[in-house]
Design a protein around this ligand. Structure first.
Ligand SMILES: Cc1cc2nc3c(=O)[nH]c(=O)nc-3n(C[C@H](O)[C@H](O)[C@H](O)COP(=O)(O)OP(=O)(O)OC[C@H]3O[C@@H](n4cnc5c(N)ncnc54)[C@H](O)[C@@H]3O)c2cc1C
Length: 442
């Protein structure tokens, strides 16, 4: 049973984390208001506040589990909206540096859809809650405070000033959050963020694929691997009968945004299926680029004078190199934690209890997203990172033809299992012995 705390909670940003936070807060606060910079009331599609929606958004199996707990039957609703259900083994064709991964069924099913569809469905569910409302078209510029307690926000709608008050303010304004400077204006200083930059870029386009191709997979991909593989790409079936193609570049490599350059970059990949699909497909969008996709962690849990009445979650705290698809799942886990903690804590009074929980949850995804990226850097890394990089290289080398190792790897990368599962004797032995029991397969 969740406790009721105070009257009003205000969430800055109605993106993915903001919507989930509002859903959770609606159980403990009489009135929850989402304040969003973009106009959403009539918007059902792409918007400037979420530019990453022009790129594919994989929802990890663990993230889907957490979402289903917050929104019962969400999976069914996503399916009805056209999301593609895919087994991570048999429906995926995955190219590792040493060859093709096995295609045995794994028993982990993921939903594949555009970010726009996922967000639209969740927004619809959240705004149906009787005590949640949305104020859109308002940009928040700072926080209101009174003797160490945040009491509200100020901002603007066009040229008109906007002010609102709340017992709890939650920053969910994403990767470009200005929270660190808002706090500095109040005399609260945060430690410098941790940043790891693998200089990753995404270049993406939606297509209608030629049905004559009779593809026997739903996603084909090849990811970048430090220090050898700077180029990668993915093609996946999403809702609306569309296919998302993305070309990755790491360590400063960037796919072109012109038609010919895009195709010729795809032809340089080991996974030729991406180029083959593009050649006969009909474009359904422009080509979009997102560059300099670094990982950044604001260590709010280490701010001793963090004000009462303020929480932060989602990308505002930790934003990751997206190639491993952690962001949505991490935001969902933050909100699951928020729900759990609200049962016993008035988090407006004890905000650091929540920020510490956010930090604990971020540790594993941070480690997996940054360990590889540190491999692009010339800088000396810690012995533990060096060991993990070495182990990951060996693990990737045995994946082709080794279903047991691949299955364990997928379960860990989908955040279903703890990374310790990759060191269980059955996996460890195969990784260390370089065991390759099955021949090359596709
Ligand atoms: C290219 C790319 C690809 C990605 N692919 C994946 C993937 O495959 N899988 C995955 O899990 N994650 C992926 N991510 C990460 C994912 O997009 C984020 O982790 C997720 O959106 C975080 O949610 P959020 O609510 O914190 O931020 P957002 O979803 O970005 O939402 C922030 C919201 O705040 C609003 N806002 C911002 N400033 C203000 C302000 N001052 N006032 C009012 N409103 C404001 C914005 O308009 C927006 O609506 C990807 C990211 C990128 C960049």
């Amino acid at each position: 049973m969740t406790a009721m705390y105070s009257d009003r909670a205000l969430v800055i940003g109605a993106g993915f984390a903001g919507l989930l936070a509002a859903r959770v807060l609606s159980e403990s606060y009489g009135d929850v208001v989402l304040v969003e910079r973009d106009q959403l009331a009539t918007d059902t599609g792409y918007r400037t506040g979420v530019p990453q929606a022009h790129h594919p958004h994989a929802l990890l199996a663990r993230g889907a589990e957490v979402l289903d707990a917050l929104f019962p039957r969400l999976g069914t609703e996503l399916k009805a909206a056209g999301a593609i259900q895919a087994d991570l083994g048999s429906d995926f064709m995955s190219r590792a540096p040493a060859g093709w991964a096995p295609r045995d069924p794994i028993g982990l099913t993921v939903h594949s859809m555009t970010r726009v569809t996922l967000e639209r469905i969740i927004r619809r569910r959240v705004l149906k809650l009787p005590n949640v409302s949305l104020v859109d078209g308002v940009t928040i510029d700072g926080l209101l405070h009174d003797r160490g307690t945040i009491t509200g926000v100020h901002g603007r709608r066009d040229d008109t000033a906007f002010t609102d008050y709340a017992d709890l303010v939650v920053d969910a304004s994403g990767r470009a959050s200005k929270l660190v400077s808002w706090l500095a204006e109040l005399g609260v200083h945060c430690p410098a963020p941790m940043i790891v930059n693998g200089h990753l870029a995404y270049t993406s386009r939606l297509y209608h694929v030629n049905h004559d191709l009779k593809l026997d997979w739903k996603t084909a991909y090849e990811i970048t691997h430090a220090p050898t593989t700077k180029r990668g790409g993915a093609v996946s079936s999403v809702d609306g009968g569309l296919w998302f193609v993305t070309l990755f570049g790491a360590d400063g490599e960037v796919a072109p945004t012109d038609e010919d350059g895009f195709i010729s970059y795809a032809t340089t990949l080991e996974c030729q299926d991406i180029a083959e699909v593009i050649k006969t497909a009909t474009p359904a969008s422009q080509i979009y680029r997102a560059a300099n996709l670094r990982s950044r962690w604001n260590r709010f849990h280490k701010v001793p004078d963090w004000p009462r009445g303020l929480l932060a979650l989602g990308d505002s705290v930790v934003s990751l190199n997206p190639v491993y698809g952690h962001g949505l799942t991490l935001a969902a886990l933050n909100c699951a934690e928020l729900r759990e903690l609200l049962k016993d804590h008035d988090l407006a009074q004890e905000p650091l209890v929540f920020q510490r929980a956010v930090a604990r949850t971020a540790q594993i995804p941070w480690m997996s997203a940054t360990t590889t990226d540190l491999g692009w850097s010339e800088k000396k890394v810690s012995p533990s990172t060096r060991f993990l990089q070495w182990y990951a290289r060996r693990l990737f080398a045995v994946i082709p033809g080794n279903p047991q190792v691949y299955r364990s790897f997928l379960r860990v990368s989908q955040m279903v299992d703890h990374p310790a599962a990759l060191f269980r004797p059955a996996v460890l032995w195969r990784v260390l012995s370089g065991s390759r029991p099955r021949a090359k397969e596709r």
